[in-house]
Design a protein around this ligand. Sequence first.
Ligand code: 6AU
Length: 265
Amino acid sequence: MAQSKRYSERASAHTNPTAIRLFQIMERKQTNLSVSADVTTKAELLRITDAVGPYICCLKTHIDILSDFDHDLIDQLTALAKKHDFLIFEDRKFADIGNTVKLQYSSGVHKIASWSHITNAHIVPGEGIVKGLAEVGIPLQRGLLLLAEMSSAGSLATGEYTLEALRIARRNKEFCIGFIGQRRLEGLIPVEEKEDFIYMSPGVGLTSKGDGLGQQYRTPREVILDSGCDVIIVGRGIYGSGDTVENAKTYQKAGWDAYLERIEK
Ligand code: 6AU
């Protein structure tokens, strides 16, 4: 099972260039932390990114919440990704038919595919969404995560829907590198062949249990050790209060310690 292997071992066995880079960065920097910088100005986003850069494997963005987006921001984020050695994940949550998402991914103001190593999609429209995104993403060597489960209370992504995300990913392995979810899914249906999906899990907090708007938090240990996920996604737990750098270090350590405990089990 992938969850008992080291990230470096998984890097050597993988075939998707983005998945390989992510595993290599995780091992090199000893971090399975992705920071979600959900702020609305370019200056704040760049400030947080430069501050947390040394402690993360991946920066998660919501590019459409910025009120002063411009292409210089993309140049600066790309430079910070090189400086601090992390990947960029635009949390776009595509949810339309294949032809539409293809245009949303490649074009418009944001041109997401041109700079974001990883993006994600709901499977509500069916497999065509993956096919459409793949037409743009595969030539650029990008990776896609499918939303198999959500962290929010009352999420409808459960049961058969969640299993269908796994089946769709299995049929589209060249581009689907994994899932946004709350736990590893492989145990739920038989493993058909050698495969290794990356599980990135949001809803992570060490102090808070929720946000009053449906978000639900678990600790890094619950996510990495108990649920077998690979990457913790932390937003307000890092930039919401206190010292951003100290918070990032705390989550990096908590996530990495849980991973070490998992592989040594
Ligand atoms: O740590 P928070 O609660 O401040 O932020 C969590 C981040 C937000 C959400 O849009 C995102 O994670 N998210 C996602 C993702 C990553 O796709 C899925 C989900 O189920 N829950 C969730 O919070 O940017």
